[in-house]
Ligand binder design. Structure first.
Ligand code: MN
Ligand code: MN
Length: 301
């Protein structure tokens, strides 16, 4: 990693920090999730001052939903006091990404589960350094979460961060995997412990609101072609929300659906289905990104 790249990571982190503290102040019970998402995405643009942009759509997963939910244009879900809301957002400066998340629960009925992921992340960051074994990070995370009486989610992981790549290798499991693979100086990573009162395993739902480019292939449908052009031009390999495309393309719903279906079939794009625990269970998450640069770990946000 060049010094210039490290500076861009740090800048992405500083902007993410501002976005997070604004979101923590602004989010209120009774607000529509769509309004929360639009506000956060707007504040990335404003606080980014033209230097930073979203790395992916803000994820606002509630209760048993662990990840990959972002409200669509027609979504009228409203935040309730008892909801457990995971706010997961990413900023990037020239493709250098800061990925960060926190959990809100206004009636504090799940405060202990939130503390579990906060503690797990804190403990994991203490040992994150050049040559730290990935298995050791998982061990620390699992121990902290189980120590609070919850289960870590075994099939959700931290990960590397690459240029314009929100989920790069390696995968960093939230359990004692025994992996002897090591963190390396010069790389960027995100750690994101998830805790649950469920079994600790998420499944894919039917619905996807978030997609990403796989490879730009030739498609016949004129709307699909136009959509692919916008995706390649605007988002490159970074994930995007269906509602972003709606806003950009202004296609009637039918054509839009046909276009998405075509692009999925041609494997030009892929969807990120909502990941959920069992109904009635709760999931919490805390995430921070860091770089290993100049012989030390620098937490971005
Ligand atoms: Mn994230
Ligand atoms: Mn992440």
């Amino acid at each position: 990693m060049e010094k210039e790249e490290a500076e861009k990571y740090i800048q992405a982190g500083q902007i993410a920090k501002k976005v997070v503290s604004k979101a923590k102040k602004d989010i209120k019970v009774g607000q529509k999730l769509l309004e929360i998402a639009l506000n956060i995405e707007k504040s990335v643009k404003i606080l980014g001052e033209g230097k930073a942009n979203h790395a992916f759509p803000v994820n606002l997963s509630i209760n048993e939903n662990a990840a990959h939910f972002t409200p669509g244009t027609g979504c009228d879900l409203v935040l309730k006091e008892s909801d457990v809301l995971k706010v997961d957002l990413g900023t990037h400066v020239d493709g250098f990404i800061c990925d960060t998340a926190f959990t809100l629960n206004f009636d504090n009925s799940h405060a202990k589960m939130i503390e579990a992921t906060e503690l797990a992340l804190e403990e994991a960051l203490k040992i994150a350094a050049d040559k730290t074994e990935i298995g050791k990070i998982g061990t620390v995370i699992e121990k902290a979460i189980k120590g609070k009486g919850f289960n870590p989610i075994q099939n959700l992981s931290g990960h590397g961060l690459g240029k314009y790549e929100a989920h790069a290798s390696p995968s960093i499991p939230n359990i004692a995997s025994g992996s002897t693979k090591k963190l390396e100086e010069g790389n960027a990573y995100a750690l994101e412990p998830f805790a649950t009162d469920g079994e600790g395993y998420v499944r894919e739902g039917m619905q996807s609101e978030i997609f990403a480019l796989e490879k730009p292939v030739l498609v016949r449908n004129v709307y699909a072609r136009k959509m692919l052009e916008v995706i390649v031009e605007e988002y490159q390999t970074l994930p995007f929300a269906l509602r972003w495309l709606e806003e950009k393309l202004k296609l009637p719903e039918f054509q839009r659906k046909v276009a998405i279906r075509e692009l999925l079939k041609a494997k030009a794009i892929r969807g990120f289905p909502i990941l959920h625990e069992q109904p009635g269970k709760i999931v919490t998450q805390t995430e921070k990104s860091f770089i290993l640069f100049d012989g030390k770990a620098t937490v971005l946000c």
